[in-house]
Design a protein around this ligand. Sequence first.
Ligand SMILES: NC(=O)c1ccc[n+]([C@@H]2O[C@H](COP(=O)([O-])OP(=O)(O)OC[C@H]3O[C@@H](n4cnc5c(N)ncnc54)[C@H](O)[C@@H]3O)[C@@H](O)[C@H]2O)c1
Ligand SMILES: O=C(O)C[C@H](O)C(=O)O
Length: 344
Amino acid sequence: MFASIKLLTSGNVFIGAKIFSVTSQRNYKVAVVGASGGIGQPLSLLLKLNSLVSHLALHDIAPITPGVAVDLSHINTPCRVTSHKGPEQLAEAIRCASVVVIPAGIPRKPGMSRDDLFKTNAGLIRDIAKAVARNCPQAILAIVTNPVNSTVPVAAEILRIEGAYDGRRVMGVTTLDVVRSCTFIGELNGVDPTLVSVPVIGGHSGSTIIPLFSQSSPIPNVCSLADIRALTTRVQEAGSEVVQAKAGGGSATLSMAFAAAKFTSSVLRALSGEKNIVECAYVASGLCAPAFFANPVLLGQYGVERNLGFNCISPFETEILRNAMPELLKNIQTGYEFVYRRNR
Ligand SMILES: NC(=O)c1ccc[n+]([C@@H]2O[C@H](COP(=O)([O-])OP(=O)(O)OC[C@H]3O[C@@H](n4cnc5c(N)ncnc54)[C@H](O)[C@@H]3O)[C@@H](O)[C@H]2O)c1
Ligand SMILES: O=C(O)C[C@H](O)C(=O)O
């Protein structure tokens, strides 16, 4: 038994020689749906190391899933790991989760566009969103599954139909575009990429990925307009660069796991009461014409606390943004049509 327990004025509890904070929760259940895949496994490893995660629920349809969970459970961090396999165990995997991260679904092979994944991936996003509505409507959804521009509208509309939609809690993960932008401009300028920040707006495919190098910090010192054009194209095509290099073995997994872990960590830090946590994400947009748009968002207790939008973009960025709109609107429409016309 502890020698003494008393409440301190700071809101902390003094127990014997240790002080435990009770002002904010720091133990969250995170469910990873698609946990046995190329992204799911390294993402789950990174989340097992996150001190804010007390329960990591791994869900997948793959037979290896219990093995992935046992493997991770041997790592000596306090986070408990549970395994849930198949559609019949999805409900228990996500029940009481604060965050559900979804990297389930097929990836691209060379010659495919992200849109080619829609037919298969939309169906599984629909089913997962239904399960979220029925089992953990309070959870924040972080959707990795491509094509993000269309799968996020599918999830949002399914939640709406189920009476469980809260636009603050549904986010498409576009962090990899930010990570790449920071890396590429950092390399060009000889700056440590961990110290670089670049907002990326729009969506997550081809021309809809719009890195705002004009807003990057620190201000780049060796960037001509030609450099910016080349960097922008590289960020927009970075997914294909990986797909081609893997030559049929899938798309980005390790960098994506890093990006999704970074995003999830930010969501959890904001949930736990930390202030001024900003990430770019593809979210319901109250700010401009498309119903969904990636922007920097301030994260808080309920997910998106405030959409920060963007301003003062360069003429080049204005031009590529204008050119991206038809594609983005079409992608969103594809999501709506799937929900309302074909698959109900
Ligand atoms: N948002 C991004 O920036 C980004 C980056 C990279 C990849 N992706 C996308 O992430 C997805 C996953 O990529 P990956 O390389 O990990 O693929 P993968 O094939 O290696 O893994 C996918 C996993 O999902 C599982 N799965 C399939 N259907 C499921 C269901 N109904 N319920 C639970 N699990 C299910 C599979 O069994 C598999 O383990 C792809 O759609 C890919 O395009 C997105
Ligand atoms: O390019 C892909 O298909 C995967 C992902 O969207 C990426 O940007 O790497």
